[in-house]
Design a protein around this ligand. Structure first.
Ligand SMILES: [Zn+2]
Length: 536
């Protein structure tokens, strides 16, 4: 037996016999097992690296690629219950192997010039020619340093190959098959765009080629059902998603965003009435897109009536909120209004209610003072600028704000005053945040955590270990895990589990993580499955 296999076996034995302790406890006990010299060195090396990671001195990748990290991966992959993927989008979760042959057809078809031009517009002049799976992969996977706006663009290739009903059947089956076999996922909550019609030039797709809303829904249904016939333990939820940006609608067909949304709502209800079997699988909706400009009460009014109508037809409302925001306060405000005005059942991302405001504002102070003391102004588009603008200055201290913004050095007295204002601002926001958080807990609103997506796409958290998942877990929030767009983000469900686990290696118990991932609250049952794993 190879060394790695023996290590896997020994790790599994400890996890199963201890009923899933924290990673550190598990590894500590593993050290007392009968290990050969190499194994012992390997585990000690991992423990050392885990500590460095928790100390901000090492990248998560070094843990994930480590033999012990891989042993943990294998453990989760072979766990006998399947996982619930709570947040995955269609267009960012189709592999390059799936996209390439379909794209090739388009690029050789009658509208090749239009497609070529669109691809160049989005991905740049060098994007073409596309001659292999690898070429597609290069275009659809997010590169280091690329953030949210680029990310929405990257989904374009997957969008243009999803045209007919058959395309949607194939896509759903492909996704189910990949996730089920590769990542032990047995349940998928799929977010997909019902209507792709928009007047946004960059986003619009050749209209003659578009599948109807009905084709999209029925196609996805058929694809997943086909997979379920082969694997009866597989399940799924179709979650139509609506873009929430004020300008994202077809302004030729509709006068307002409100009108366009309500048209889609009515159409969705019509589809359900026409095909009642869909009621079992299409039970919720989501709102997606760039949410930065949607935080005030008035912003939520546009979709309010449509959302309410859906609720009366039995839909649960999920919403992407608190993921990206102009300022932390606006991020909390967005969640607050989504709760109050849309009455959401589940919050997707929710970072703004997971970031510690005292930490956040201290870092702001440090960054701003560093710039100020070297006489540098704040960039008008920077997060620092927006936060400084939003602090409630008064006539006695607003000169401090002006000096910070224009890069005029503050004196000691002014620095002290700035620190005081920062202190009170962060406490105020913390109070607001906890008020919203407590409402989430008392109303049992779900929160779905998406560590890789949050780290790669936003600047809200500095590192994986700063993701609030484990903090939320301790607060008793009903949690779920998602990968968002796992192909675009170059991740997968088990990887997300490991990121969560390694990020709180001292106190998050493996069993607890399994219970969240499997949506299984019968603890004894999980213990029994662990025990059986050991015997296999
Ligand atoms: Zn998402």
């Amino acid at each position: 037996m190879s060394k790695d296999n023996s290590l896997n076996k020994k790790l599994n034995k400890i996890i199963t016999e201890t009923n899933g302790l924290s990673v550190f406890n598990t590894l500590e006990l593993l050290c007392y097992e009968d290990l050969d010299n190499q194994e012992s060195i390997c585990i000690k090396d991992f423990i050392k690296k885990l500590k460095l990671f928790n100390n901000d001195e090492l990248e998560i990748e070094e843990l994930l690629q480590h033999p012990v990290g891989i042993a943990f991966y294998d453990f989760f992959k072979s766990f006998p219950l399947k996982y619930n993927e709570e947040h995955i989008h269609l267009t960012g979760s189709l592999s390059a192997e799936f996209i390439y042959p379909r794209l090739k057809k388009l690029l050789e078809g009658k509208s090749r010039d239009v497609y070529s031009q669109k691809i160049k517009n989005i991905y740049g002049e060098n994007a073409l020619p596309i001659n292999s799976v690898k070429d597609v992969e290069n275009l659809i996977v997010l590169k280091d340093g690329e953030k949210f706006s680029k990310y929405l663009d990257l989904l374009y290739l997957a969008k243009i190959i999803l045209n007919t009903k058959q395309d949607h059947i194939d896509a759903a089956y492909h996704m189910a098959n990949e996730l089920y076999h590769k990542y032990n996922v047995g349940s998928i909550r799929l977010k997909f765009t019902l209507s792709r019609s928009t007047s946004d030039e960059k986003e619009s797709i050749l209209n003659e080629d578009l599948a109807t809303e009905e084709d999209v829904v029925l196609g996805l249904y058929e694809g997943f059902e086909n997979f379920r016939k082969e694997h009866p333990d597989f399940s799924y939820v179709l979650s139509p998603s609506f873009r929430k940006e004020a300008n994202f609608f077809d302004n030729i067909k509709f006068k307002t965003k409100k009108e366009s949304f309500e048209y889609q709502v009515n159409y969705l209800i019509e589809i359900l009435e026409k095909y009642p079997f869909l009621q079992n699988v299409m039970k919720d909706i989501d709102t997606v897109g760039d949410e930065k400009n949607i935080y005030k009460k008035a912003h939520f009014e546009t979709l309010k009536q449509g959302v309410r109508k859906l609720q009366y037809y039995g839909f649960k409302i999920r919403s992407h909120h608190g993921e990206t925001f102009h300022t932390l306060k606006k991020g909390v405000q967005a969640v607050d209004n989504a709760l109050n005005i849309w009455n959401i059942d589940t919050l997707e991302h929710g970072l703004s209610i997971g970031i510690n405001p005292n930490y956040y504002f201290q870092r702001l102070l440090q960054k701003v003072l560093k710039l100020n003391q070297s006489s540098q102004p704040l960039g008008p588009k920077s997060m620092e600028f927006r936060e400084i603008e939003e602090i409630p200055w008064n006539e006695n201290n607003s000169t401090i704000r002006d000096k910070i913004i224009s890069g005029i050095k503050l004196n000691e007295e002014e620095i002290l005053e700035f620190t005081k204002i920062k202190f009170h601002t962060s406490i105020e926001i913390e109070r607001y945040q906890h008020d919203v958080l407590n409402r989430i807990i008392s109303k049992n609103i779900g929160v779905v955590g998406l560590p890789s997506s949050n780290l790669k796409l936003t600047t809200a958290i500095p590192d994986y270990k700063d993701h609030p998942f484990s903090w939320w877990e301790k607060k008793g929030i009903k949690l779920g895990i998602g990968t968002d767009n796992y192909i675009t983000l170059n991740t997968n469900y088990i990887r997300e589990m490991l990121i969560i686990l390694f990020s709180d290696a001292y106190s998050l118990k493996i069993t607890k993580l399994l219970m969240v991932a499997c949506k299984e609250n019968r603890r004894a049952y999980i213990s029994n499955l662990l025990w059986k794993m050991n015997k296999r």
